[in-house]
Design a protein around this ligand. Structure first.
Ligand code: NAP
Length: 283
């Protein structure tokens, strides 16, 4: 691996960042592509995020992925933003232009759509209603991507109904809010059910939705990827539904980020899922 004075530098920024898989994945791609480049972790102090970003203006780094807790502040600090980042209300990618300006983008939503295309091939997001469990940042990004992909009806179900309603207010006519009590009826006609809550993270039960009520053709996705085989996805599989895991989403959001930072697509022959499974102790 060569890192010369002309190396392209990218990275990921979060707090904490120690457990991020992104440096290992991106550097595996850099190495396989033979690039003169590096991808490094940054953990700025929470109250210094804006100062940190401003210090990078003008090209100290080419691009930066952004993760918890900075995604909303990254969008706010940028000078321009993609439609997806604006709709999602958050950015997971900042590109630093030579003129000092910063452009915000969001690849989480495209990552979600790619994960569905890979693990549930042939699924059409426009064919049947979508039910999203949760109304936090991940849910908002998912709604944005699904609408841009042609979803006709997305219902957000959340423990705190007012938060789901806030999300709906930001999106307009194709998005609805519902209380958990409405789930049996919603599931009966759902084409896609997504867990975007933090339930199941670190083990334990996922959302208490009765997945056996969904049509047999329904696809069930869990954004949680630690553990990989969540209780929610195991329930989906045991009822015969196609399951899409959160790791695939995490891996697929990295691809457009890599291309935006380094100017080339990641080499297809690197098995990043195998690398990630090893890191998760799932190999
Ligand atoms: P967030 O903004 O903190 O939102 C958390 C959501 O979970 C809220 O809707 C919250 O409901 C709900 N929730 C939490 N505890 C609950 C409980 N005990 N019962 C019912 N609902 C509960 O988090 P986020 O950033 O949206 O992330 C959500 C999940 O997605 C996390 O597990 C995160 O790791 C995952 N994620 C994965 C990827 C990926 O690439 N795979 C990317 C982004 C996020 P209330 O509003 O009622 O509190």
């Amino acid at each position: 691996m060569t890192i010369s004075g002309a190396a392209i530098v990218g990275g990921v920024c979060g707090q904490p960042i120690r457990h991020s898989m992104s440096p290992i994945l991106h550097n595996a791609w850099i190495q396989a592509a033979g690039l003169d480049a590096a991808y490094v972790p940054f953990a700025p102090a929470a109250d210094r995020f804006e100062t940190f970003i401003d210090g990078l203006r003008g090209g100290a780094v080419r691009g930066l992925n952004v993760t918890i807790p900075f995604k909303e502040r990254a969008l706010a600090r940028a000078d321009t933003a993609s439609d997806l980042a604006r709709m999602a209300g958050a950015a997971n990618l900042l590109i630093f232009n030579p003129d000092g300006s910063v452009h915000a983008d969001n690849t989480d939503g495209p990552g979600l759509l790619s994960a569905i295309a890979i693990q549930a091939p042939g699924f059409d997001v426009a064919a049947a209603p979508v039910v999203i469990l949760g109304a936090g940042g991940a849910a908002r990004g998912a709604v944005a991507a699904l609408l841009l992909a042609g979803a006709l009806r997305v219902t957000v179900v959340n423990r705190t109904l007012a938060r789901a309603q806030d999300l709906v207010d930001a999106f307009g006519t194709k998005v609805f809010a519902a209380a958990e009590a409405a789930l049996p009826h919603l599931l009966a006609e759902a084409g896609l059910v997504i867990n975007a809550t933090s339930l199941g993270l670190g083990g334990g039960d996922g959302p208490a939705a009765d997945l056996s009520r969904t049509p047999e053709t329904a696809v069930v996705m869990d954004m949680v990827y630690k553990p990989l085989r969540t209780e929610f996805l195991q329930r989906a599989r045991s009822t015969g539904r196609r399951a899409v895991d959160g790791l695939e989403m995490l891996l697929r959001q990295a691809e457009p980020s890599f291309e935006a930072i380094y100017g080339v697509a990641p080499p297809a022959d690197v098995d990043v899922r195998a690398i990630a499974l090893k890191l998760l102790g799932e190999d």
